[in-house]
Design a protein around this ligand. Structure first.
Ligand code: FAD
Length: 439
C-alpha cells in the first residue's frame, strides 16, 4: 500500500509509542494519526521482553509523579473499567542488611512524607512467612568471600506489582483505533524526511541557509514510499538514534543489554512453597523481591509455576551498539551462573540446584545522565526515549507528555488531573529531580 499524509505519524509500537498515539488521538479526535512498527504486532520488542513490574517507590519527585499517575491509570483500567491488563498488586520487597536499613531510613522517611506507603518487616517475620529465606549466615560460608551480610529486615511497598505488557499495549492500540487512529505493522521507517519550509525546487535541497524541518518518514514494507506528517513522533526505544543520527540529531541515550532467566518450581517443594507464600498480598505469592546490594531480583510468576530472575547491574555491563534485530541479542547463561546464582543461593538455598528453563535478552534505552526519560520536540520531531528501564511503569504519563509536546503545550495533564511541565523532560534546560533510591 502506498504511504500518505497524516497530521501525526508515530514510529514504534512499544508501550511508549502506543500510549503516545492513543493520547494524541484522545486529545485530537479529528486528527489523522498513524502508528507504524516494523514488527508484525505491537509490543513485540523490549516491551514484550520486560519483567513488566511497576512501583511508586522513587525519591525523585519527577519519577514518582510519572510512575504514580501511570499506576493510578492502570489500576483504574483494571478495577473500574474491567480491562484485563493482567494487573497483580503483589508489592515490592527490598531485603536489606543492617547497614542498608540504616542508610535507607532518611530516604524512606522522605518518601513517606510524600505519601509512599511502606511496611517494615523484621528478619524474624520474614523468616516465618518465607521459611526458605536464610536470615542467619553460618561462619565460614561463601557469603564471607562474597562480602554478603545477612538479611536484617525488609521494606515492603504496596502500590507496586506486575502487569502483562502485551495486554496493556493492546488496550492503547484498540482505543487508538476506536478513536479513528490508523495502524500499520510490518512497516519500517528507513529515513526521516527533511525538507525546507520554502521549497525552491532545486536539486540537493535543503541547503544550510534554508529553514528546514522533519516532514515525515520514508517507509518500506506493508506501507512503502513517503509518509508526510505535520509532526513525527519517534518512539523507537533503544533504536532512537538510528533515524536521528543520519540527520545530525541525537536522542542522548545509549543502550545496555538486560536479561531474564526463568526458573521453574517443579521438583522443588521448597521453591513451590515460596511461590505460594501467603500474607503479603491477595495474590498469595511472594512480592517482587530485591536481594541486598546486588541488584538481583526475583519475580514470582504463579501462572507459569516459575520465578523470573534478573540483575540490573550497572558497572561492568557494557553499553552496546544496538543490533537491528533483538533476536541477535543472546542471553548469557554465564550471567546467571556467575552473577545471579551465587548470591541467590546464599539468601534462598532452595535455588542452589535450580537452572533456568529459558532465558531471553532485551535492551534498556538509557539516559546516562539522570536515568529519567526524554520527551522533546526538535525540528518537527518529537523524541520519546531514555526511559532507562522503566517504560512500562511510567508509560501512561510519558504518553500524555508526548501528546502535550506534540500539541506545543507547556503543560501535560496526567491521569488524576496533575499538571506536569513538559519542559522538565527536554534535554535542554532540564529540571528533573535526580533519583537517589538506587537499591
Ligand atoms: C529484561 C528487561 C526487563 C525490564 N523490566 C522492566 C520492568 O520491570 N518495568 C518497566 O517499567 N520496564 C522494564 N523494562 C523496560 C521496558 O521494557 C522499556 O522501558 C519499554 O519497553 C520501552 O518501551 P519503548 O516503546 O520505548 O520500546 P520498545 O518496546 O522497544 O518499542 C520500540 C518499537 O520501535 C520499533 N522500531 C524501532 N525502529 C523502527 C523503525 N525504524 N521503524 C519502525 N519501527 C521501529 C520496534 O520494532 C519496537 O516495537 C525492562 C526491559 C528489559 C529488556
Amino acid at each position: 500500500m502506498p504511504a500518505g499524509e497524516y497530521d501525526v505519524v508515530v514510529v514504534g509500537a512499544g508501550i511508549l509509542g502506543c500510549a503516545s498515539a492513543y493520547h494524541i488521538q484522545r486529545l485530537n479526535p479529528g486528527h489523522r494519526t498513524l502508528l507504524i512498527d516494523r514488527l508484525p504486532a505491537a509490543g513485540q520488542a523490549n516491551t514484550g521482553r520486560s519483567a513488566a513490574m511497576f512501583r511508586n517507590v522513587f525519591n525523585s519527585g519527577d519519577n514518582r509523579t510519572l510512575a504514580d499517575t501511570s499506576i493510578d491509570y492502570y489500576v483504574h483500567l483494571a478495577r473500574e473499567k474491567d480491562v484485563d491488563i493482567g494487573l497483580e498488586m503483589i508489592g515490592y520487597l527490598w531485603l536489606m542488611d543492617e547497614r542498608q536499613l540504616k542508610e535507607s531510613a532518611p530516604q524512606v522517611q522522605a518518601m513517606e512524607r510524600e505519601g509512599v506507603e511502606f511496611r517494615d518487616y523484621s528478619a524474624g517475620e520474614l523468616k516465618k512467612m518465607m521459611p526458605s529465606l536464610t536470615t542467619e549466615f553460618q561462619p565460614g560460608g561463601e557469603h564471607e568471600l562474597m562480602g554478603l551480610e545477612p538479611v536484617a529486615g525488609g521494606l515492603f511497598a504496596k502500590k507496586c506489582g506486575a502487569l502483562r505488557p502485551e495486554k496493556l499495549v493492546y488496550h492503547y492500540v484498540d482505543e487508538f483505533v476506536r478513536l479513528g487512529g490508523k495502524v500499520a505493522f510490518n512497516t519500517e521507517a528507513t529515513e526521516l524526511l527533511l525538507e525546507p519550509d520554502r521549497k525552491l525546487g532545486l536539486e540537493h535541497e535543503p541547503f544550510a541557509w534554508q529553514e528546514s524541518r522533519i516532514t515525515g518518514v520514508a517507509v518500506r514494507g506493508d506501507l512503502h514510499g513517503e509518509i508526510r506528517s505535520k509532526r513525527t513522533v519517534l518512539a523507537t526505544g533503544a533504536w532512537a538514534n538510528g533515524l536521528l543520527e543520519p540527520r545530525g540529531m541525537d536522542s542522548h541515550t545509549k543502550a545496555k543489554k538486560r536479561q531474564i532467566f526463568r526458573v521453574g518450581t517443579s521438583g522443588s517443594p521448597e521453591l513451590g512453597g515460596l511461590l505460594r507464600t501467603e500474607g503479603f498480598s491477595e495474590h498469595k505469592t511472594i512480592p517482587f523481591v530485591i536481594l541486598p546490594r546486588s541488584g538481583i531480583y526475583i519475580k514470582p510468576v504463579k501462572s507459569e509455576n516459575a520465578f523470573w530472575l534478573g540483575c540490573d547491574e550497572e558497572v561492568n555491563r557494557a553499553y552496546i551498539d544496538v543490533p537491528p534485530e533483538l533476536d541477535e541479542l543472546q542471553p548469557e547463561a554465564s550471567h546467571y551462573e556467575n552473577n545471579i546464582r551465587p548470591v541467590l543461593k546464599e539468601y534462598f538455598p532452595a535455588f542452589a540446584g535450580a537452572r533456568p528453563s529459558s532465558m531471553w535478552a532485551g535492551l534498556f534505552g538509557i539516559n546516562s545522565i539522570d536515568h529519567l526519560p526524554y520527551v522533546f520536540a526538535e525540528s518537527g520531531v518529537v523524541v520519546v526515549a531514555g526511559d532507562s528501564g522503566s517504560g512500562i511503569m511510567k508509560g501512561d504519563a510519558i504518553g500524555r507528555i508526548a501528546a502535550g509536546v506534540c500539541e506545543g503545550s507547556d503543560e501535560a495533564r496526567l491521569y488524576g488531573g496533575a499538571s506536569y511541565s513538559v519542559g522538565r523532560l527536554h534535554y535542554r534546560d532540564r529540571k528533573v529531580e535526580q533519583e537517589k533510591w538506587l537499591l
